[in-house]
Design a protein around this ligand. Structure first.
Ligand SMILES: C[S@@+](CC[C@H](N)C(=O)[O-])C[C@H]1O[C@@H](n2cnc3c(N)ncnc32)[C@H](O)[C@@H]1O
Length: 299
């Protein structure tokens, strides 16, 4: 994902928004364009509001150490079955590119993140972040008192970046645990965390439904799941056609990231006990991943 990003003023963005242009033009442009990101506003509208805020159990105590000793990380078999091993250089390169190429994206999404992370203040102390990557969300945790964060990610090369981000955000080293693990097989006890955070991760997991079931399992009753995900554009649009064409390439260059997932629907179908608010947003600067969903679900 970090490798293929284009500004709204780039030829690619113009092609995407012009139904008369041909995909061949787009493919030519891909060869010459990368990372031309400019500043634009973000628009959003309600997608579906079928949930209700659900704080029952907010004061429920959870185990001090929620990591199950028998599941200290996703088993090697699960890691290999659900995410075939990748060469070290690839994992290192992807971690490096996520760390260096996402600055403009993070800038544009920051208002959304600020509002979402507000949902955790005073309600969450133990937080699991699925697919934590390089830790771009740590800066949003600073308003949460007594916080400890567990970050899981199958790419072990993310750890050093995530630790640096945690330290820069003022989190004490003992309050951040990194575990090499998968969302499909989270190595934590049932009902052991107050909140789960996932940003740009359900595009990359192998099994979205299994990951959402794991999130529900490890969240305590009344716990909160906050998410921001890029998703498939509307059926029948030119952008969707472009996504269909680019999807196989994206999976190769962006570590399994899919462009055409209906993640908002998947979150609703997971049927969180307290419901889910799933909203749509369209980012102006990231043409082919501009369609997003974001929101909160309650266990
Ligand atoms: C696009 S990056 C996003 C990272 C970070 N959440 C962010 O917002 O920048 C996707 C992340 O998901 C991780 N990932 C891939 N497959 C996964 C899986 N099955 N379970 C959990 N994380 C996974 C990748 O290693 C990567 O760190």
């Amino acid at each position: 994902m970090a490798i293929l990003q284009f500004s709204s003023s780039s030829p690619i963005s113009k092609i995407i928004h012009s139904p008369r242009r041909k995909i061949r033009d787009l493919q030519d442009s891909i060869k010459t364009q990368k990372n031309l990101i400019t500043t634009d506003s973000v628009s959003s509208f309600s997608f579906c509001t079928c949930g209700r805020r659900h704080f029952i159990g907010a004061m429920t105590s959870i185990p001090f150490l929620p990591i199950s000793p028998s599941h200290a990380s996703t088993s090697t078999e699960d890691l290999e079955r659900l995410r075939p091993p990748k060469p070290d250089w690839y994992e290192e390169f992807f971690a490096w590119s996520m760390n260096t190429e996402m600055e403009s994206y993070e800038k544009e999404i920051s208002d959304y993140k600020m509002r979402l992370f507000d949902n955790l203040v005073g309600k969450a102390e133990k937080v699991l972040e699925v697919g934590i990557g390089t830790g771009p969300n740590f800066k949003y945790y600073t308003a949460i008192p007594n916080l400890s964060v567990i970050g899981i990610d199958p790419n072990a090369k993310m750890e050093s970046y995530a630790r640096k981000s945690a330290a820069e955000a003022g989190l004490k080293p003992e309050d951040f645990t990194f575990i090499q693990a998968l969302g499909e097989s989270i190595p934590l006890e049932d009902a052991s965390v107050d909140a789960v955070v996932g940003t740009l991760v359900l595009c990359s997991v192998t099994d979205v439904t299994q990951t959402l079931n794991e999130i529900k399992r490890i969240l305590r009753p009344g716990g909160t799941y906050i998410f921001i995900e890029h998703v498939a554009a509307e059926d029948g649009t030119f952008l969707r056609l472009v996504q269909n064409v680019l999807d196989p390439l994206q999976q190769v260059v962006a570590d399994g990231c899919h462009l055409t997932r209906h993640t908002g629907e998947s979150i609703l179908e997971a049927r969180f006990n307290g419901g889910a608010d799933v909203k749509k947003a369209s980012l102006s600067r990231f043409a082919y991943i501009s369609s997003h969903v974001y929101g909160v679900a309650y266990n």
